[in-house]
Design a protein around this ligand. Structure first.
Ligand code: PRX
Length: 642
C-alpha cells in the first residue's frame, strides 16, 4: 500500500524528492497496488494539449484493489458502516468480504440488465449503502458511473443524463433526510421523460414503505433484480486511462461540465492522499460527512478509504436531525477517529451553541478535517477548541472536482497548522501563484492566481464530449499551467491560504455553482428579462446568492407584489436546478451596470451585495453610470429569503 509519512521532516524530504523525480516518486506508490499488467510509461503527454496520461500500458481494476486485495487479511474487518437518518433504526456494517460479495452481486445485476464496459450509469440516490455498492459494481465491470447529487431538480438531472447518454439510472423510491421524505423516483420519472431516450432501465432501491409507480418494461426493483445473483464477478481488465467516472460540476459558463477521471492515476492518488492527510492507522474508524454526489464523497468516502483498507462510515441524514448533537452522537456511537466535514456544517452547529458537543464523549477523535470552502477563523477556532479540545490537529484540505484528490493540506498531526490556511502542497504537487499576465509571483508573503505546474496522477482528463472546453477552461489561461480558478495567498513559511474563486463561480455551503447557471434559471421566469447573480458573505453558508433582476416593462410599471414575485422566482430556480441554487436575496432593478462593450460589471454588483457600496470606486467609464446609484439605493430595501 502507498507509503505513509511519519514526521514533518520526512514530509519535507519526500516533497523535495517528489518534485525532483516525480515519475520515480509516483511509480513507487503505484507499485504498491495490484496491476493485471504493468505499465509501460509512468507519464505521457502534457498540459499543452490537455493530454496527460499516467501509467499507460498498465491494466488494473480499482475494485480489485479496494476489495479483493484485502480479503487475505481483512475479510472479516469492517469496511463500511452505514448510519441511518433515523437514529432509532439499526445501523449496518459490511465487512470487506460482505462488501465484496454485495458489489459482485450488484455487478452481476448490472450485467444481466445489459450494462457493458464503457456504458454510462447514472446514480440519483440518497446516502444509502447501496450507492457505494452500485458505484463499485460499475467499476467492477468497467461501466462508467455518473453520480448526480440527489438535491438536483428533474431538469438538472435530465441535462446530466443526456450529456453522457446514460443507459441506466439507479435511484431510490424515497430519500429520508431529517423529518422529510423526498419522492426521488418521481423526480427520476420526470427527468427521464425529458428526452432521455438513452435510458433503457431504471433500477429502484426501496428505502421506504410508500408506494411508487413503476413503468413496465423500464423500471425494476433493486431487491428483485439482485436476488440470487452470484457473489463473485470477475473484475474487468481496465486500461490505466480507461474512464472510471464522470462527475458534473459548475463552471463560469451556463452548462455544467462532466469532469472525467480515469482508473490508474485516480487509484494511486486517492489512496496516497487519504492515508497521509488523515494519518489513518489500521483499525481506525474514519468518517467523512460529505455526500457521494460530490467529489469528496467519491474520493474520500468510497475509493481512498477502501483502497487503504480502512473502515469508512457513511451517514444518510443531516447534522441537525433529530437535534444539533447528531454529528457528535455519531462520533461517540461509532468511536470515530478521523472526522471530516465542511465549514458550513461547523458554522451551522456552532450557531446552535457550545453545549451540544459537550454532551458526548469525543475522546476517540484523533484528526479533524474540513473541505469545500474557505474556513473562517471563528469556525476554525471553535472546531479546534470545542471538538478538538485544543489538542487535535485540523487538516484544512483544498481540492476540486478536477483535481479529484486533496492537493493542499496539513498531514494530520505532523504539519504546522494555522487557522484559515490549508497549508502545504502534498508530495508531487507543484503549485505556483501567477499574476493576471501569467508571470509567476516568486517569494513568500504574496497573493496571486493559484496554478499547478506539473501533472499529478488524479487530474482531470477531459470534459465529457467536449475536449476543447477542457483545454480552454483549465490549460489555456496560462501556458503550461493548470489554472484552478482560485486565488491564494502564500505566507512567509510557504503555507497557502485559499481566498476563493476568481471566476464567476460561487461557493454556497460548500456547493459550487456557476452564476451563469443560476442566471439562466432565473431568466426562465416569465416576467424576468435579465438578471445578474453574485455571491456575498453569508454567516453560515460562506457565500450567499444575491440576484439582481430586471422585470419586463409591464410588471415593472405595475406595483408588483414583491413577496409573490420572490416566491415564484424561487420556485423557478428550484425547478431548473434545485433548492441549493435558490437566491438568498433578490433585488429588482431597472438596469444593470455595464461596460461599454455590454458586459455586466460584476465587481460593482459584488460590492453592493456585500454592503460595501462606498468602496465602489470610479464608475464614470460605464455605459450607464446612473444605474449604479439606483441599484445602491434599492439594495437597502430588498427582501431576505433564507
Ligand atoms: O474554491 C475552491 C473551494 O471549492 C472549489 C472546488 O469545488 P468542488 O469542485 O465542488 O470541490 C469541492 C470539494 C473539494 C475550489 O476551487 N475549496 C475546496 N476546498 C477548499 C476550498 N476553498 C478553501 N479551502 C478549502 N479547503
Amino acid at each position: 500500500m502507498t507509503h505513509q509519512i511519519k514526521s514533518f521532516k520526512e514530509y519535507q524530504k519526500i516533497y523535495k524528492n517528489s518534485v525532483r523525480h516525480p515519475e520515480k516518486f509516483w511509480a513507487k506508490q503505484a507499485k504498491t497496488f495490484k496491476w493485471m499488467k504493468p505499465w509501460k510509461k509512468v507519464l505521457s503527454g502534457g498540459f499543452e494539449e490537455a493530454d496527460v496520461r499516467w501509467f499507460e500500458g498498465g491494466q488494473l481494476n480499482i475494485t480489485e484493489n479496494c476489495l479483493d486485495r484485502h480479503l487475505k487479511d481483512k475479510a472479516n474487518d469492517v469496511a463500511l458502516i452505514w448510519e441511518p437518518n433515523d437514529p432509532s433504526q439499526a445501523f449496518k456494517t459490511y465487512t470487506y468480504k460482505e462488501l465484496y460479495s454485495e458489489v459482485c452481486r450488484c455487478a452481476n445485476m448490472l450485467k444481466s440488465n445489459g450494462i457493458k464496459k464503457g456504458d454510462r450509469v447514472c446514480f440519483y440516490m440518497p446516502m444509502v449503502a447501496e450507492l457505494t455498492i452500485g458505484v463499485l459494481a460499475c467499476a467492477r465491470i468497467g461501466a462508467i458511473h455518473s453520480v448526480v447529487f440527489a438535491g438536483f431538480s428533474a431538469n438538472a438531472l435530465a441535462d446530466r443524463i443526456k450529456d453522457c447518454s446514460c443507459k441506466m439510472v439507479i435511484c431510490s423510491d424515497y430519500n429520508n433526510r431529517g423529518n422529510k421524505s423526498i419522492a426521488v423516483k418521481e423526480i427520476v420519472d420526470e427527468a427521464v421523460a425529458k428526452d432521455c431516450s438513452s435510458v433503457e432501465t431504471v433500477i429502484v432501491y426501496k428505502a421506504s414503505n410508500t408506494k411508487v409507480k413503476m413503468k413496465r418494461g423500464r423500471d425494476k426493483w433493486w431487491h428483485k433484480e439482485i436476488e440470487g445473483k452470484r457473489k463473485t464477478c470477475k473484475p474487468a481488465k481496465m486500461n490505466s486511462e480507461d474512464v472510471l467516472f464522470i462527475l458534473y460540476t459548475s463552471g463560469s459558463t451556463g452548462k455544467p461540465k462532466g469532469v472525467v477521471h480515469t482508473c490508474g492515476g485516480y487509484m494511486v492518488y486517492t489512496c496516497y492522499s487519504f492515508k497521509n492527510v488523515f494519518q489513518y492507522q489500521q483499525g481506525d474508524v474514519y468518517w467523512c460527512s460529505a455526500d457521494i454526489g460530490w467529489i469528496t464523497g467519491h474520493s474520500y468516502i468510497i475509493y481512498g478509504p477502501l483502497l487503504a483498507g480502512a473502515k469508512t462510515l457513511m451517514f444518510e441524514g443531516v447534522p441537525t436531525f433529530p437535534d444539533a448533537g447528531r454529528f457528535w452522537h455519531i462520533c461517540e456511537k461509532h468511536k470515530v477517529n478521523q472526522f471530516y466535514t465542511a465549514p458550513t456544517a461547523i458554522r451551522a452547529l456552532m450557531a446552535q451553541g457550545d453545549d451540544w458537543p459537550s454532551h458526548y464523549d469525543l475522546n476517540s477523535l484523533k484528526v479533524l478535517g474540513t473541505v469545500g470552502e474557505p474556513i473562517n477563523e471563528e469556525a476554525w477556532n471553535w472546531y479546534k477548541e470545542k471538538i478538538g479540545k485544543n489538542t487535535l490537529p485540523i487538516v484544512d484540505t483544498w481540492f476540486q472536482t478536477e483535481t479529484a484528490g486533496i492537493m493542499i493540506s496539513g498531514l494530520g498531526g505532523l504539519s504546522p497548522q494555522k487557522a484559515t490556511y490549508a497549508g502545504l502542497p502534498l508530495p508531487g504537487i507543484q503549485l505556483c501563484l501567477l499574476n493576471s499576465k501569467g508571470k509567476e509571483i516568486k517569494g513568500n508573503g504574496k497573493e496571486g492566481l493559484l496554478c499547478i505546474k506539473y501533472p499529478w496522477p488524479s487530474m482531470i482528463r477531459t470534459t465529457y464530449g467536449d475536449h476543447a472546453r477542457c483545454k480552454e477552461v483549465y490549460f489555456s489561461s496560462f501556458k503550461n499551467k493548470y489554472f484552478t480558478g482560485d486565488g491564494a495567498r502564500r505566507d512567509k513559511k510557504g503555507m497557502y491560504r485559499i481566498i476563493g474563486r476568481v471566476d464567476d463561480v460561487i461557493n454556497v455551503s460548500g456547493h459550487r455553482m456557476g452564476t451563469a447557471e443560476i442566471e439562466n434559471a432565473i431568466n426562465e421566469h416569465p416576467n424576468v428579462i435579465e438578471s445578474a447573480v453574485v455571491g456575498y458573505p453569508h454567516k453560515i453558508k460562506g457565500e450567499g446568492i444575491y440576484a439582481y433582476v430586471i422585470l419586463n416593462k409591464n410588471k415593472m410599471d405595475a406595483n408588483i407584489d414583491t413577496k409573490k414575485f420572490n416566491s415564484s422566482l424561487l420556485k423557478v430556480v428550484t425547478k431548473e436546478i434545485g433548492p441549493i441554487a435558490k437566491p438568498d436575496k433578490i433585488q429588482i432593478v431597472t438596469g444593470l451596470p455595464k461596460t461599454r462593450s455590454g458586459k455586466i460589471m460584476r465587481r460593482i454588483l459584488r460590492k453592493i451585495a456585500a454592503g460595501e457600496a462606498k468602496n465602489i470606486g470610479d464608475v464614470s467609464t460605464l455605459l450607464n453610470p446612473d444605474v449604479v446609484k439606483k441599484v445602491i439605493r434599492g439594495a437597502s430595501k430588498i427582501l431576505v429569503n433564507n
